[in-house]
Write a protein that binds this ligand. Structure first.
Ligand code: G3H
Ligand code: 13P
Ligand code: ZN
Length: 309
C-alpha cells in the first residue's frame, strides 16, 4: 500500500468509461470520510490539496494524514496538487512526495501556458511524478456572461491536441461549461458535449479532467438553509452529465463544493438541534459520516467506479 501516480488508474478508467473521483482535502475528518468511502466501494482514489489547503492545514499535517489513510484503509492513493499556480509550488510538492501535480497555466496565453507546463513536466517526470495541465478557462456564473460569450473561453480542440504534443503532459483539464463553487448556472445547466467529444477524438489517449464538477446536491443546500444558512439559488452540474462525460475521455472528476456542503449541513443541523453540546467530536463525527455517504454515492452511481480496483 502506497502513494501511487494516476497513470494506471487513468488507463483503466479511460478503457472502461468510468471516472476517478478527485476530492479536495483540508483536515482529518474530510480525509477519513473520503478514504472510508473509497475503501467500501473498492475504488481508485485521488486526494487533492490546494494552495489554500496547504496554508490552512500545513503540508506536513496533510502528508501525514494521507499516509495514515493509506495505512488505515490499505488502499493505494494518489496525492495531487490542485491548481498549482507556478513552477515553484509544483516543485515543492514534487519534492514533498506528491505523486501528481497540476500546473494551472490557464490564466496565460497559449505559448506561455505551454512554456510553464513544459518546465513542470520536465521536473516532475524526472522525479516519477505525473502532471495535469489546463487549457481553456472555467468561467463562473458570477461573471454574468451569456452562454456564447462563455463558450469563447472553452477549450479549442485543435489547441488541446497541439498543447499535449508540445508539453508531454499526462492529463488535461478542459473547459466545457463547468465552474468552481456552488453557483455554476443561472438557468438550465449546459455542458458543451460536442466539444468534449471532439477533444477526445483528437487526443483519445489523454485522460481528460473535469474541474468544477460538484452537483451542489439539493439535500445539503436545503439542510444548510433550513438550519440558518444563506445559500440561495445554488446550482451545480447534474449527475447524469458527469456520468455522460466519463464516456468521452473524462477520467478525473474534481469535487470540493459537495464535500463542503455535506459537512456544513451536518454541522449546522447538529449545533442547531443541540445548543448545549460543545464537544467538536459530536458534530464532526456526523459530518465525516455524511461525507463518506455522499462520496460512496458519487463513486457508485455517478462515476461508476465501484469495484474497479
Ligand atoms: O478549485 C478550487 C478548490 O475548490 C479548492 O478551493 O482554493 O479554497 O482550497 P480552495
Ligand atoms: P467544485 O467547486 O465544483 O467542487 O470543483 C472543485 C474543483 O474543481 C477543484 O479543483
Ligand atoms: Zn478546479
Amino acid at each position: 500500500m502506497a502513494l501511487i501516480t494516476t497513470k494506471e488508474m487513468f488507463a483503466k478508467a479511460l478503457q472502461s468509461d468510468y471516472a476517478v473521483g478527485a476530492f479536495n482535502v483540508n483536515n482529518m475528518e474530510i480525509i477519513q470520510g473520503i478514504a472510508n468511502a473509497a475503501k467500501e466501494e473498492q475504488a481508485p482514489l485521488i486526494l487533492q490539496v490546494s494552495a489554500g489547503a496547504r496554508k490552512y492545514a500545513k503540508p506536513a499535517y496533510l502528508m501525514k494524514l494521507v499516509e495514515a489513510a493509506i495505512l488505515d484503509t490499505g488502499l493505494d492513493i494518489a496525492l495531487h496538487l490542485d491548481h498549482g499556480e507556478d513552477f515553484d509550488i509544483c516543485k515543492k510538492c514534487v519534492d514533498d512526495g506528491f505523486t501528481s501535480v497540476m500546473i494551472d497555466g490557464s490564466k496565460y496565453e497559449f505559448t506561455e501556458n505551454v512554456r510553464v507546463t513544459k518546465q513542470v513536466v520536465e521536473y516532475a517526470h524526472a522525479h516519477g511524478v505525473v502532471v495535469e495541465a489546463e487549457l481553456g478557462k472555467l468561467a463562473g456564473v458570477e461573471d454574468d456572461v451569456k452562454v456564447d460569450a462563455r463558450a469563447a473561453t472553452f477549450t479549442v480542440p485543435e489547441e488541446a491536441a497541439e498543447f499535449v504534443a508540445k508539453t508531454g503532459v499526462d492529463s488535461l483539464a478542459i473547459a466545457i461549461g463547468t465552474s468552481h463553487g456552488a453557483y455554476k448556472f443561472k438557468g438550465e445547466p449546459y455542458l458543451d458535449f460536442e466539444r468534449l467529444k471532439e477533444i477526445h477524438k483528437l487526443i483519445p489517449q489523454i485522460p481528460l479532467v473535469l474541474h468544477g464538477a460538484s452537483t451542489v446536491l439539493p439535500e445539503f443546500v436545503k439542510k444548510c438553509n433550513d438550519y440558518g444558512g444563506d445559500i440561495p439559488g445554488a446550482q451545480g452540474v447534474p449527475e447524469e452529465m458527469i456520468s455522460e462525460a466519463a464516456k468521452y475521455g473524462i477520467c478525473k472528476v474534481n469535487i470540493d463544493t459537495d464535500l463542503r456542503l455535506a459537512m456544513t449541513a451536518e454541522v449546522r443541523k447538529f449545533i442547531a438541534e443541540h445548543p448545549a453540546e460543545f464537544d467538536p467530536r459530536k458534530y464532526l463525527g456526523p459530518a465525516r459520516d455524511a461525507i463518506q455517504k455522499m462520496v460512496q454515492h458519487k463513486i457508485r452511481n455517478v462515476l461508476n467506479a465501484s469495484n474497479t480496483l
